[in-house]
Every structure is written in structure tokens, then in C-alpha cells.
Ligand binder design. Structure first.
Ligand code: HEC
Length: 270
């Protein structure tokens, strides 16, 4: 019984942890507004985490610190030797034991972007991994904004589109989609039987061949980046899970012993 309750609690926490509110993001044709895309987070996928930290150090660390983490701890967790990590991913004279802070002063960045870039150590706990993943793919051209870009997940965002050279030029477009009636089912013309289309706006579309990567490769990069940030928010997840196995084994043993004891006591009663 104890074990059963444990398993139910563990599995339900997995189910309810997904999600987040993704603003006016429209995933695909007919998709609902504001639903974030799913992302496959796996803290045991070291190659993905290694690609993720590389992307992070190259594209994000200039503005976003990870100030609750130390270089050597991250290097060790991701299976990267300290010297390789410091030589290839860290620019400047930081030491392996230093916290991952950045040199940019928040007064300066506030002037440049309107808001200082927040520390991202815990961002996937705050927003959810799905939110971060969807946010990073949702920048689009908007010439009314100071930086020329806007974001479907985070409207009027102060961050520039730093991955634009990989993704390409993305725009918000309107498309003709099949009209769906209230009580579900496609609307059809009563005379001809043809499906009726209506215009729906807010879809994202990348200009052909404007980026270095195609959509699939770009999303794979975003998955690695998000996976790294999810690790960052919960670096001892692996340790906790292996500890959990021992806890459950202990409970099983404990249950057996209490049952044996119960049988002994029952003998005495008769
Ligand atoms: C040139 C500086 C700059 C770079 C480089 C940059 N960002 Fe940002 N980022 C910002 C600013 C400024 C904000 C705050 C935007 C706001 O609140 O309007 C921000 C906000 C964010 C947020 C939202 C945080 C929150 O909870 O509000 C996330 C997530 C994020 N950035 C991720 C990234 C990632 C991942 C990268 C690397 C691919 C990156 N950023 C690179 C400047 C930058």
C-alpha cells in the first residue's frame, strides 16, 4: 500500500509538471493560441547537455549569468574536463571554482534593453521548460519595436533575437485554414459540399533559406539549450533519483519486516 501511494505520487508529479502559458503563440494550423510546444527533457542525455552548454556559453552567457552555479561543478556534471571547459567555453580569466557571473553591469544593460537580462539559473523552474523552448523559437520581425523584433510568447520583449542567424528571418503571417464549426467538424458549403476556409493570423513562418539551419536542426539546437537550462535549475536530479531507488528498497524491506512482526504478535494473541 505504502509503495502504491509512493508510485502514484511520483507519476502524478511528472504529469502535472508540464505546461506554461505561451502568450499568443499559435503552434500549427488549427492549433490553439497560447499552448506551448512540448520538449523532450532528459537529464541523462549528456551529449545533448554538452551541446546545450556550448550554445549557452556562445549565445547567451554574454548577457545572462548563471550565478548559482560554478564552472567546475557544471563541467564535472556534464563530463567535460575542467581545462577543456575553461579553455574553450569561458572567455576571460575566471577560475574553475568561480561562480558563473557576467561582467555586464545591470545599469548599462537596463539602458540598452529597457530591462536588465535576468539570471537564468532557475528559469525553467520559474517558467517551465516548454515555455523557454517555445519562447526561443517565437521571435519575429516587428519594425514597430526598438530592436525590430517581437515575441509571440513574451510580447514586447526587451531581448534581441540572438539566434536569428541560425533560424533565419521569421515573420508573423496569416493563413487560410479550414473553418471549424462550434460543435466540431469542418464547415462545408451546403450546395457544393466544399470545405469553407477562413483567414487566421499569427502563424510564424521563416523566409526560405534565410537561416543557417533548417527547422528540424534549429529545434534540435533549442532542445539541447533548454535541456541544459533544465539541468541548471535542478543539478542534483540524477543523485536524487538514485537515492530514491534506495528509499523505495528500504520501504519494501521495512514492509516485509513489519509483516513478519505482525505475524509473530498474532501468534501470541491466540
Ligand atoms: C544581448 C543580450 C541578450 C542575449 C545575448 C540573450 N538575452 Fe535573453 N534576455 C535579454 C533581456 C534584456 C531579457 C529581458 C527581456 C524582458 O524582460 O523584456 C531577456 C530575457 C530572456 C528570457 C526570459 C526570462 C524571464 O523569465 O523573463 C529567457 C528565457 C532568455 N532571455 C533566454 C536567453 C537565451 C537562452 C539566450 C541565448 C540563446 C539569451 N537569452 C541571450 C537579453 C539577452
Amino acid at each position: 500500500m505504502r509503495l502504491l501511494i509512493f508510485l502514484i505520487v511520483i507519476s502524478s508529479s511528472q504529469v502535472f509538471s508540464a505546461g506554461g502559458n505561451c502568450g499568443v503563440y499559435l503552434s500549427e494550423e488549427g492549433g490553439e493560441k497560447g499552448v506551448c510546444d512540448n520538449v523532450d527533457i532528459d537529464h541523462l542525455d549528456l551529449p545533448s547537455l554538452q551541446r546545450g552548454v556550448k550554445l549557452y556559453m556562445n549565445y547567451c552567457f554574454g548577457c545572462h549569468s548563471l550565478e548559482y552555479a560554478r564552472y567546475n561543478r557544471v563541467a564535472a556534471d556534464l563530463g567535460i574536463p575542467d581545462d577543456l571547459f575553461m579553455d574553450n567555453l569561458v572567455f576571460g580569466d575566471q577560475k574553475p571554482g568561480d561562480l558563473m557571473t557576467i561582467a555586464m553591469k545591470s545599469e548599462d544593460s537596463e539602458q540598452w534593453f529597457g530591462v536588465p537580462p535576468p539570471d537564468l539559473t532557475l528559469v525553467t523552474s520559474l517558467r517551465s521548460s516548454e515555455w523557454v523552448y517555445t519562447y526561443l523559437k517565437s521571435f519575429y520581425v516587428d519594425n514597430s519595436r526598438p530592436l525590430g523584433v517581437n515575441n509571440k510568447v513574451y510580447e514586447n520583449v526587451g531581448m534581441p533575437n540572438v539566434l536569428a542567424n541560425l533560424q533565419g528571418v521569421q515573420r508573423s503571417v496569416c493563413k487560410l485554414v479550414p473553418d471549424i464549426a462550434e460543435n466540431s467538424g469542418l464547415k462545408q458549403d451546403p450546395l457544393t459540399g466544399e470545405i469553407i476556409y477562413k483567414e487566421k493570423c499569427g502563424f510564424l513562418e521563416v523566409d526560405l533559406n534565410s537561416g543557417e539551419l533548417d527547422e528540424e536542426a534549429f529545434n534540435e539546437n533549442l532542445r539541447d539549450l533548454t535541456n541544459f537550462l533544465a539541468y541548471m535549475a535542478d543539478p542534483i536530479k540524477s543523485e536524487r533519483e538514485s537515492l530514491g531507488v534506495y528509499v523505495i528498497l528500504y520501504l519494501i524491506l521495512f514492509t516485509i519486516f513489519s509483516y513478519l512482526l505482525y505475524r509473530e504478535f498474532k501468534k501470541e494473541v491466540h
